[in-house]
Design a protein. Structure first.
Lengths: 97, 527
């Protein structure tokens, strides 16, 4: 059979689609202009052709309370890409090379 | 609203991680390095600087326990509510649970083995970064094992097939597929295990097991499984990160590591992919309300995310996509159909039941597999239905030839020819060994001394090691009880399911005798 042709690369993160995560998902959508969101039962898959950034300040603004980036672990289902940055203020998911 | 800037903390996340993990390490002074870490050189992997290991999660013990405890609290409140509210009656259908019976026997014991082996890695790696990451993963794997057992134990009160999974994992023919896969990894060196399980399984393939399957649980009313699945999966993303860090670390440390790692990726992709064949049939055949076909899941989570996403990153280090990946791509429209047919033929000797897919389900399969289902597989089901309609139920009468490496019966087709079963063989020390594919043969030929020791269930039955020569004796040795196995239609689970729903419908209780109508009808049929 024919060799498959590689398609455009994307990074992605799948999050549990719950009420708790609504503010987080909204913040990611707002902070990443080229984002594509696909909904599966119980899960939302966020994809970007470049990188995905999660900003603490944006999440806190929508959540109305303090939020630490470690809490991202409660929401995540799976990831495609590297965590190239993860500190107090933001998480960045991208391919490295 | 606006948020005020965070109060400055005493330590940044990076500094905290460094202080609470790396700084707790010390250089041995009165024991030689080789005696303290005796297992890190014999595989030929060269590590020059263990401190170059990165942990992007920057996890510390306090943060780890805080979030893990919260995950467990959320899960157990769901389990409790579901049990209290008779949640099992809201499943899509009792036959959905066949998928969970396979999961409990096939996956849960592997979680426990992973717990043990990551504990070993957390002792034997010579750097604090990978040791701590392995320690967290070891505890995670124990949590997964426990939460899976607790989640599914509620179904064990009402349904067959769940009651004996630990013994069955060691004995039942199809469970030797996941068991031998993991035993293969456990008996490898520490770095090979890391590439086998940490990278090839957790990073490349685990999404295919958990993500579509947990969505399917959500779609089929199985709230507890969905919740434990997502709870486990939140750890999984950390494990994926460990696997990815592991491979990059090994590749960056020394160029001589590259060919060794490439062979492990080639081997463990194929080993893991063959085990995933069991997941393929669960997704396509065992869900009364299917969500995503194996083909779709494979294209999205493997081809798009791994081949198009990850492998260009690894090409930077000189790593190529796995050796037999094209064969896996070519099989994506064939895999689930071949494997479920084997299960349909042999479920008399398993802890689950099978049945002919309904007309509606076959219509979905036709849509999902427009090039293969109608042409190759529907005619089989038509024939099975003719036999069933005549009052028979076709089960295979003999024992199948198993692949020496993956231990799956010979069922996969020749590349490019779905109607011919592939079989390969190699000779070693005057003995003949059989394989399902070029991939499994290549794996055997690399390490024949390892794979000639395989515990093949069919050979063991013939050698008289499985309770006796007859089917009832083998089933007794497997610990299969009445109602666990065979055909779903008319099975204990099916009859109970029908009766319980009739009871729910009979709101006045006016016809108490009618409640047992389904049972009586089944009894009459037998008589």
């Amino acid at each position: 059979m024919a060799e498959r042709v590689a398609q455009a690369r994307f990074v992605s993160v799948d999050l549990q689609e719950t009420e708790d995560n609504r503010a987080l998902i909204e913040a990611i959508v707002a902070d990443n202009p080229d984002i594509v969101a696909n909904h599966f039962p119980g899960v939302v898959k966020l994809q970007s052709a470049t990188q995905l950034v999660v900003k603490r300040a944006s999440v806190e603004e929508r959540l109305g309370r303090d939020w630490e980036t470690h809490e991202f672990q409660m929401a995540i289902v799976t990831v495609a890409g590297n965590f190239t940055e993860w500190d107090e203020d933001e998480i960045v998911i991208a391919w490295e090379h | 609203m606006t948020t005020t800037p965070k109060k400055p903390k005493k330590l940044s996340m990076k500094a905290r991680y460094s202080a609470l993990t790396r700084d707790l390490d010390w250089e041995p002074s009165y024991v030689e390095f080789e005696k303290l870490y005796p297992h890190v050189t014999y595989e030929g992997i060269k590590i020059h600087d263990w401190s170059k290991w990165e942990d992007p999660f920057r996890l510390t013990v306090d943060a780890y326990y805080k979030y893990q405890a919260e995950k467990d609290k959320r899960l157990y409140s769901v389990l409790d509510g579901f049990a209290q509210g008779q949640g099992h009656l809201t499943l899509s259908e009792a036959k959905y649970l066949n998928a969970m019976k396979i999961f409990l026997g096939g996956v849960t014991p592997l979680e426990y083995q992973a717990h043990r082996h990551f504990a070993y890695l957390s002792r034997h790696f010579a750097g604090p970064g990978p040791r701590f990451a392995a320690l967290c993963q070891s505890i995670d794997e124990m949590r997964h094992c426990q939460t899976e057992i607790h989640t599914l134990s509620n179904y064990n009160k009402y349904y067959s097939g769940f009651h004996n999974f630990t013994t069955q994992h060691d004995r039942v023919w199809y469970l030797s597929v996941p068991k031998s896969y993991f035993d293969d990894a456990l008996s490898a060196g520490p770095f090979e295990f890391l590439i086998a399980i940490g990278f090839s399984f957790e990073f490349l393939l685990t999404n295919l097991l958990f993500v579509p399957f947990m969505s399917a649980a959500s779609f089929n009313g199985d709230l507890p499984t969905m919740t434990f699945g997502f709870s486990a999966q939140s750890d999984e993303s950390r494990h994926m990160t460990l696997g990815l860090e592991a491979i990059k670390f090994l590749l960056e440390q020394d160029e001589d590591n590259v060919p060794i790692v490439q062979e492990w990726v080639d081997k463990w992709f194929w080993r893991g992919y063959r085990v995933a064949a069991i997941v393929a049939q669960m997704l396509d055949y065992m869900l009364p309300r299917p969500v995503m076909s194996w083909k779709e899941a494979f294209e999205l989570y493997f081809e798009r995310q791994m081949l198009d996403g990850l492998f260009p990153d690894l090409a930077y280090y000189g790593i190529k996509p796995p050796r037999f990946v094209q064969q896996a791509i070519d099989e994506k429209e064939i895999l689930s159909h071949a494997v479920y047919w084997v299960f349909y033929n042999f479920s008399f000797a398993a802890n689950f039941t099978t049945t002919i897919p309904t007309e509606e389900h076959q219509a979905w399969l036709k849509q999902a597999y427009p090039d293969t289902f109608e042409k190759y597989y529907q005619p089989r089901w038509d024939r099975a239905k003719e036999i069933a309609d005549d009052g028979g139920r076709f089960f295979f009468g003999g024992l199948p030839q198993l692949c020496q490496v993956c231990q799956i019966p010979m069922t996969f087709p020749e590349p490019g020819d779905p109607t011919t079963i592939c079989q390969r063989n190699s000779e070693y020390n005057g003995e003949n060994y059989n394989f399902c594919s070029d991939g499994c043969q290549w794996i055997f030929d690399r390490e024949p001394e390892k794979y000639i020791q395989a515990w093949l269930p069919v050979h063991q039955i013939y050698q008289g090691n499985c309770g006796g020569p007859s089917v009832p004796e083998v089933l007794a040795w497997y610990g299969i009880a009445e109602g666990d196995n065979g055909e779903y239609e008319g099975s204990l689970d099916h009859v109970n399911w029908t009766r319980w729903h009739a009871q729910q419908a009979d709101i006045t209780g006016a016809h108490p005798d009618a409640q047992d109508a389904a049972v009586d009808a089944a009894a009459v049929k037998e008589a």
